[in-house]
Design a protein around this ligand. Structure first.
Ligand code: NAD
Length: 292
């Protein structure tokens, strides 16, 4: 069992760190939020008072932070100066490809093995240890990160060189943004046409309209498995983070010269939800309220 530093114990990181502790690892956890830190302590991690203290002596360093700027800051201030050079650096946050590649290059220059390993699955999968990890990095770095990631997920897939995990993640989330909006629209239209939400779910969930947004994360309260809709759209995957991911995908599409009309429209709708309607912290499935 390894000594692991875990930095970023929010909606996703909290459950992930708990699963590493449950698997028998010695987890040194840190978050700027005292509440998140206390929860990690209750879940079997050792709560420490700085990122540097978490990193000190760790064999693996996992970060699960909001965006590229946070990861860059934690890497610059704590990870790179304080980590043992034999540690493997695993960033599970969803960030832009350019920052992921730059940090990997800096880390490699200092002798670290490093991967970008963003996740898919949401909070239920983070808590249940059933995330999918898409990993970018060298074969050697992937091999070092794999056993740690396996304690938190059901699938650990090597996507390619540094940044490839982030590239796969933004393409995946472009699908998610578009299918969530399409699912919300369909429930709203079914309602107007007089079809009960549960009945529509029973039909669409076994028909060609089925998707993860429908059957794992249904945006209607009381329908399908328990989801943020049942908690008034609190917790879950903040709309601001979905907008961040869509903007990353749009920027990457622009650079690659790819045509992404559905992704573009999803970005516009989440922009309006987050910025015009002030719903940044609402779960992204809460966009159904603007369509219903
Ligand atoms: P969150 O905002 O709930 O958690 C982020 C945590 O990082 C917070 O607890 C915050 O206090 C902490 N933090 C920020 N800066 C810090 C610093 N300098 N040092 C230590 N801690 C710091 O976000 P989340 O929903 O857990 O998402 C984390 C990442 O995972 C994001 O990149 C997101 O896009 C991605 N993601 C989220 C979901 C989801 O369903 N929530 C699913 C897949 C991927």
């Amino acid at each position: 069992m390894a000594r692991i530093a875990f930095i970023g114990l929010g909606n996703m990181g909290g459950g992930m760190a708990a699963n590493l502790a449950k698997a028998g690892h010695d987890v040194r956890a840190f978050d700027l939020s005292a509440e998140a830190l206390a929860r990690a302590g209750e879940a079997g991690c050792l709560a420490v008072d700085s990122a540097a203290a978490a990193v000190d002596g760790a064999e693996a360093i996992v970060t699960m932070l909001p965006a590229g700027t946070h990861v860059e800051r934690v890497y610059t201030e704590a990870v790179l100066p304080h980590a043992s050079p034999s540690a493997v650096l695993i960033d599970c946050s969803t960030i832009d490809v350019a920052t992921a590649r730059r940090l990997a290059e800096i880390a490699a220059g200092r002798g670290f093995l490093a991967v970008d390993a963003p996740v898919s699955g949401g909070i239920a999968a983070a808590n249940g240890g059933t995330l999918t990890f898409m990993v970018g990095g060298t074969e050697q770095a992937f091999a070092a990160a794999q056993p740690i990631l396996e304690a938190m997920g059901k699938a650990v897939i090597h996507a390619g060189a540094s940044g490839a995990g982030q590239a796969a993640k933004m393409c995946n989330n472009m699908i998610l943004g578009a299918t969530m909006i399409a699912t919300c629209e369909a429930f709203a239209l079914a309602d107007r046409l007089g079809v009960d939400a549960q009945t529509f779910y029973d039909i669409a969930s076994v028909s060609s309209g089925q998707s993860w947004s429908m059957t794992t994360y249904c945006p209607v309260a009381g329908v399908g498995p328990v989801s943020p809709a049942d908690r008034d759209f609190q917790g879950g995957f903040a709309a601001a983070l979905m907008l961040k991911d869509l903007r990353l995908a749009m920027a990457a599409a622009g650079e690659a010269g790819a045509t992404v009309p559905m992704g573009t429209r999803a970005t516009e709708l989440y922009e309006a939800f987050v910025e015009r309607d002030g719903q940044a912290t609402t779960d992204f499935s809460g966009i159904i309220r603007t369509l219903a």
